[in-house]
Write a protein that binds this ligand. Sequence first.
Ligand code: ADP
Length: 677
Amino acid sequence: MPKSEKNIRMNGRFHSVSRLSIVFILAVVISGSVLTYFGINNLSNLKELTEKRILEEQQELASRFSTALQKGIEEVTAGFNDEISHVDLLKDSLRRIPTECEFITLPFIITNNGTFLYPNFTGLSKNLSEPKYSSRYISNFRKGEAAEYLKNDLKAALKYYASCLRNSNEASDSVKALNALGRVSVKLNEYEKAIGHYSIIISNYYSVTSGDGLPYVYYAITQLIKITTPENGEKILHLVEFCLKKMENSLIPLNYNTEELLILVMKWLQENTFNSPEILADIEKLEKSINQQLQFIYKYQKELSGLVKEDDLNNHTNVGNNFKVINAFSGNNQEMLLINTIIKNPVGFLINRQKLFDSILKTGFQTGFEFDYKIELLTGYNSNTTRHNLNYFSQLNPYFQGQMIQIALNDENLINDFILRRSWIYGIATALLLLGMTLGIVLILRDISREKQIARLRADFISNVTHELKTPLTSIHMLAESLLLKRVNQESDNDEYLSIIIKESERLQRMINNILEFSKMEKGKSEYRFEACNLSRLLKEVIHEVDYWLAEKHFNVVTELDKNISANVAPDKIKLAFSNLINNSIKYSIDNRNIIIRLFREKEHICIEVEDQGIGIPDDQLTRIFDKFYRIDQSDSISGTGLGLSVVKEIIDAHSGTITVTSNVGKGSKFSIKLYS
Ligand code: ADP
């Protein structure tokens, strides 16, 4: 079959392979593109889904917040009913609460006509009824006053006032006399005595008020402050602290003078030095608390007295436990009131909205959410539930109408970061997919071209083998025929014919040996029988086998063989390798027919070199000549099968050796084998 026809058939077979590959490549490209498209599509869906999820969580959070708020309020307002309507009982339960709930600025109790019972604020009453004193008491007291103010006889005044004290029957009598005694003692500079009188007032009669409605302790404190010296300072400090405690506790009523008294006390504290920092701190705390009560009273007294009238409260929302919520008056968003008017003396709380809100935030209702949120109480009022830029605004229904909260993502960039992260993952995955696909396609194309090349080489091989076999067979046939027909004239010619027949058949044999060895190699069935051999002997045997050709082609062969080198080799195989190298040198030498064969030891290696001055090998082919079937296209059309060097390489590899080649085109080649002994 002609060469070109074979190639066409081969190509025909490969066309179907290529078509299959194109289908495969198309499938990969299309599925890759579809995946990429859906990846990108998925990203935008993911954004929408995440936003939806955030909205759901925000709604849930808002409703949980409302519930927690309601629960918090109900806990505070529980348990106020007529069973504890007595002011003292109410006071006790009210005073207990603020320590637990810091959002309660102030608890309060008022009467139905709007008078404050707690904090206890009496104001100043003009028509207070003067207590009934005995006539003896009155006469002595008048004498005392005459002595004190008209005659300026303080000693005599003291006597009269002391007799008043002795003759007093009630608290109001005693405290009035004690107050006068204290005053005169101050005028006499008898401070110790004055302190004695005032301390009795403070400890025993702290709630008793004078004729103008002012508690006597107010006079006592004012006087004590005046007579403070470094010696009596601590004593007076204790007395002042005692009074303020009672005031804060509503046991000493507050009035319009209280503020002034507090200013006086604070100034006194600044101007004197005391050694009891704890008491000082306590007084400062008490002052703040009393002031807060006063401010509350000033601010809410009027409105509250209006509110406690039932009708006014009906339109306010009930927050449970009969408490109504009243938003703070006139633009004060920070405060609100909870008030129960069902019980006899209405009770209530002034509540700091922000603190209430903060205390609810601490209750841990925010667990179990995928994202982190920050919740803020908005100061403005709004009646809509809206959403803007992933910030969710919701009303605190139903008890805090108009009060809005804002629920925002803790991390504003969360969605963007989230999407960015996903984009990177998708991007990298897509890039890897594309890379993998491209790599796959390149590998497939490379494999196809390799397969094509091998197929071509195989086809060439068959025609080469045929050709290689044909030449020696033709000459054998011709010579044998001549001998048979006795066409040979001389005896010497006869011998020559016979020796040519032998050499040609040897050549055939070598070729067949190579093909057989190659076929064994391919099947992995090559058998190596290693034995110690003298390598120079093996080389000589090989050279001897080609003597005929060397002589016939007038080769000059130089051998530099170290006779003493032995190695453990498979002799038949290694000889085949040497033979292939030497035969190639003969085959590929045209003008300069010189061959050098060397065997020497270099360090731990054994080196065998076959060097010729033949046509040489181009650099880019040097690595490929050891491939099976590979042949360089020769312009001189030197025949061959392309198996020789691949067999050599396989044999040397099996001996754990290496084979290298150096060559110059037109100058020759040198094949070097290194064996490790
Ligand atoms: P073949 O000689 O049968 O073609 P080989 O495997 O022995 O196959 O050699 C492969 C190729 O290497 C040859 O086709 C030839 O081109 C090149 N070659 C081998 N030995 C030599 C050499 N000594 N000088 C120049 N070219 C060589």
